[in-house]
Design a protein around this ligand. Structure first.
Ligand SMILES: NC(=O)C1=CN([C@@H]2O[C@H](COP(=O)(O)OP(=O)(O)OC[C@H]3O[C@@H](n4cnc5c(N)ncnc54)[C@H](O)[C@@H]3O)[C@@H](O)[C@H]2O)C=CC1
Ligand SMILES: O=C1[C@@H](O)[C@H](O)[C@@H](O)[C@H](O)[C@H]1O
Length: 339
């Protein structure tokens, strides 16, 4: 969509990686987002690139690096697997192109740190990380409630993160690196604090989990002021998508993600709908995230989590994987933040 409310031309965006999330972002840019135009898609799978390009009537660029360098592409949405993000984001930074990079920024603190340093050397923020929960209305409200101190100081956050099933090759570390990374970021966003330690416990696995997958797991995070956060991560529930957070503060509690839309009552019982997946549950958060990113990029900035947030999340998750493997409490030290 390219509706422009100002004289400035629409932002010309290419999506790199057009699997599940990339196709969803391509559709969003093509039909929902204002002041932006989807101009190209690029995927290492040439047939997929061609099919998605044809669907949206945009250019197919077979080499993702060529898409980064293309003079008719102003900005990039990166929706390739996490292990490819470092190379693509560094190339975008070298080309001076703004990026909305799907989470995780990268899959290790070392590689995320390299991006932090590269962006700091440029002296301007070009990279936003796709932690879309920060654009979800309930989380925004919960953050405001915590900041207002109306309920006193936060003591606990109880988080539930459940998926119906996992894609092939989803391993035990990915429950932390790929899924709990969202809680790591949202806890930092809600509390305004860094996470200083992590522990991971695993009960027996569900019989619905593929052989060898530790699912569910229980992740305990400690923030710098001593707020304790527990995260139940359970990715093969066979039911649907459930993401909830309960704040327990000194003088009250608050809960998000109850999904209390319409409740029906019939002879079969009463109830509402459980979203099938993240695309349904967070649809409007993804829309708001991309629209605000487009508007910020046109103004020469970003409007959301940046590379430091991506690095902090990667550091906590790497510690989480060590905690998972050792059963121990692992501390996190982020080091100095570049100016
Ligand atoms: N924010 C959210 O809620 C969600 C975010 N994600 C994130 O989105 C990203 C993509 O995930 P999915 O769409 O589920 O994966 P996917 O496997 O469905 O799609 C990835 C696509 O990237 C392509 N690809 C791989 N290497 C590439 C490269 N170097 N250059 C260009 N294309 C390349 C693959 O051929 C594939 O088409 C990941 O970072 C994932 O963590 C995924 C699901 C939800
Ligand atoms: O980011 C996401 C996936 O990559 C991840 O695998 C899921 O567990 C999350 O719920 C989803 O939001």
């Amino acid at each position: 969509m390219s509706t422009s409310s100002s004289a400035a031309p629409a932002l010309r965006v290419a999506v790199l990686g057009v699997g599940m999330m990339g196709q969803d972002h391509a559709r969003r840019l093509a039909s929902v987002i204002n002041r932006a135009e989807l101009v190209a898609v690029s995927d290492v799978d040439a047939a997929r690139t061609d099919a998605v390009a044809a669907e949206f009537g945009v250019r197919a660029i077979h080499d993702p690096m060529a898409a980064v360098a293309d003079p008719e592409v102003d900005a990039l949405v990166i929706a390739t697997p996490g292990f490819t993000h470092e190379e693509l984001v560094l190339a975008a930074l070298a080309a001076g192109k703004p990026v909305l990079c799907e989470k995780p920024l990268t899959t290790s603190p070392e590689s995320s740190r390299r991006i932090v340093e590269a962006e700091a050397a440029l002296g301007r923020q070009l990279v936003q990380v796709g932690f879309m929960r920060r654009f979800d209305a309930e989380y925004v409200q919960l953050r405001g409630l915590i900041a207002s101190a109306e309920l006193g100081r936060p003591l606990f956050l109880h988080c539930v993160h459940r998926n119906a099933s996992t894609p092939p090759n989803f391993n035990s570390a990915m429950l932390v690196l790929d899924s709990v990374v969202h809680e790591v970021d949202i806890v930092r966003y809600l509390t305004g604090e860094e996470i200083v330690a992590v522990r991971v416990l695993a009960p027996r696995s569900t019989s619905a989990a593929p052989e060898g997958l530790l699912d569910p797991q229980f992740v305990i995070l400690e923030t710098e002021s001593g707020i304790l956060v527990d995260v139940e991560i359970f990715v093969n529930t066979t039911i649907g998508y459930e993401v909830r957070t309960e704040l327990v503060a000194e003088r009250g509690t608050a809960r998000t993600g109850l999904g209390v839309g319409m409740v029906t009552q019939t002879t079969a019982g009463w109830g509402g709908r459980i979203p099938a997946d993240f695309k349904e549950r967070f649809e409007s958060a993804y829309d708001v995230q991309v629209q605000r990113w487009v508007d910020a990029v046109r103004a020469g900035t970003i409007d959301g989590p940046g590379v430091w947030d991506g690095y902090a999340a990667a550091a906590v998750c790497a510690a989480g994987v060590r905690a998972q493997q050792t059963g121990e409490r692992v501390e996190i030290a982020l080091g100095a933040r570049p100016a």
